[in-house]
Design a protein around this ligand. Structure first.
Ligand code: NAI
Length: 450
């Protein structure tokens, strides 16, 4: 009997196993594919490896703006993918050795829950005092005519296969202008594809602050990406994507199609019924302790359908393990940052202007151009980046912060901290920021609050 069985070895699963192992629990981790899950193998990390290469390439293309002559810069997509594979291999090996160091038993196979304390792998049943379900999520495949066939032929790909394309498609059509769609649009636009993004909603980047998603749209339209917002895809053929807008039908030529219309929790076929774990809309229902309706079964990561971000998964895993260890710990979801790694980057935390309005909050928004940061001006030839903060009118605390401009991804945690700690604007004004940095824009915007 193990103290803990963890089903799924992505960010939630391997972190839960690591924390529990560190605390001296005997842990069994079951993963059917590769340790690291979607994040390490086919999500966050590989996409960032590709995007970094695209950014370097973009710099070489515009090097003359910085007084540098680059004769003939070219990108070797195959070499980029090879480098990406090396990055993934290194990090997966890192997780493997971490599991070894924490004395976690790892089984590389499919596990099926057979009861409240049991998980079966092939013919062997393993027992655990506690169970944490960390089976993650998978791409949503919408019932659009031609999609099934396209996936079969390889003309349509998801976030997994797009990272391993052997060559750069001439015409890439992306269905869904959310995080995955935009990051991949960014990479393939940089490396030479003609990219079309078809998005059902009137705006791209989902719940991102509207002003910021409009700036992103403007930037990428200028770079040559064609956005079709408010459009519904009706059919995918062998060489095109057919979509409809205001009653008219259009067609976009495609030799590859990326399907990125969202992800759904992996709750089917893993035996949740055998243990009586309660699900709603296909996601495991958990409380603030990440506990399911079964007193010894927890769930962490995308499988609970709440925030679907690797860093949320890490924290949920920690909360679950702490509760198993008898320590009081709960999840708070109001200060979880999110980033879109486009060029420029977009980063957000907390309430947006739109969500604050919808919730009827008494707030004020303050906006400052990134050009108020000396370092931003020194490093960007031009730039329409902004920082927007949402401030509670009564308590004078920060409710949200939203940035578009490079380094935003590295800056946002500071704003998250201010929200998490419920710092008052006057307290934040007393903080000293390093100079010159782009993060000073937070300070500049805070000082706009009277
Ligand atoms: P998403 O939910 O971000 O975006 C999907 C988009 O597709 C939405 O804008 C939606 O309106 C649109 N859509 C849905 N059905 C459509 C249709 N039939 N035709 C056209 N548009 C349609 O989902 P995405 O991009 O697939 O990402 C999945 C998950 O992965 C997200 O939860 C995201 O947070 C996570 N992720 C996070 C990253 C990051 O933190 N940087 C990077 C990549 C993924």
């Amino acid at each position: 009997m193990y103290d803990l069985i963890v089903l799924g070895g992505g960010p939630a699963g391997y972190l839960a196993a690591e924390r529990a192992g560190s605390a001296g629990l005997s842990v069994l981790l079951i993963e059917k594919r590769s340790l690291g899950g979607v994040c390490l193998n086919e999500g966050c990390i590989p996409s960032k490896a590709l995007l970094h290469c695209a950014k370097v390439f973009d710099y070489t293309k515009h090097a003359d703006q910085y007084g540098i002559k680059v004769a003939d810069s070219q990108i070797d997509h195959k070499a980029v993918v090879e480098r990406k594979n090396k990055v993934v291999k290194t990090l997966v090996a890192g997780v493997q050795s971490l599991m070894k160091a924490k004395k976690v038993t790892v089984i590389n196979d499919t596990g099926i829950i057979t009861g409240r304390n049991t998980v079966k792998v092939s013919d062997t049943e393993y027992e655990g005092r506690y169970l944490i379900v960390c089976t993650g999520s998978e791409p949503i495949i919408p019932p659009i005519p031609g999609v099934k066939e396209g996936l079969k032929s390889g003309m349509i790909v998801t976030n997994r296969e797009i990272l391993d394309l052997e060559s750069v498609p001439k015409n890439l059509v992306i269905i869904g202008g959310g995080v995955i769609g935009l990051e991949m649009a960014s990479y393939f636009n940089s490396v030479g594809s003609a990219v079309t993004v078809i998005e059902m909603l009137p705006n791209i980047a989902g719940p991102t602050d509207r002003e910021i998603s409009s700036i992103l749209l403007k930037n990428y339209t200028a770079k040559g990406i064609s956005f079709k917002t408010g459009c519904r895809v009706t059919k995918v053929t062998e060489d095109s994507v057919v979509y409809e807008s205001e009653g008219k039908e259009y067609s976009a030529p495609a030799d590859k199609v990326l399907l990125s219309v969202g992800r759904r929790p992996c709750t089917e076929g893993i035996g949740l019924e055998a243990a009586g774990v309660y699900c709603e809309k296909g996601a495991i229902v958990t409380d603030k302790r990440c506990l399911t309706n079964i007193p010894n079964i927890y769930a962490a990561g995308d499988v609970n359908g709440r925030s679907m971000l690797a860093h949320t998964a890490y924290r949920e895993a920690e909360v679950a393990v702490n509760n198993i260890l008898g320590k009081k710990d709960i999840m708070r979801y109001n200060a979880i940052p999110s980033v879109i790694y486009t060029n420029p980057e977009v980063a957000s935390v907390g309430e947006t202007q739109e969500s604050a309005e919808k919730a009827g909050l008494d707030f004020e928004a303050f906006v400052m151009p990134m050009m108020y940061s000396g370092r931003y001006v020194a490093e960007n030839m031009s730039g329409d980046g902004i920082c927007k903060i949402i401030v509670d009118k009564k308590t004078k605390t920060l409710l949200g912060a939203h940035l578009i401009g490079n380094y935003a991804s590295e800056i946002i945690y500071g704003a998250g901290l201010m929200i998490e700690m419920q710092m008052r604007i006057d307290d934040i004004k007393e903080l000293v920021f390093p100079h010159p940095t782009v993060c000073e824009i937070i300070r500049e915007t805070i000082f706009a609050v009277h």
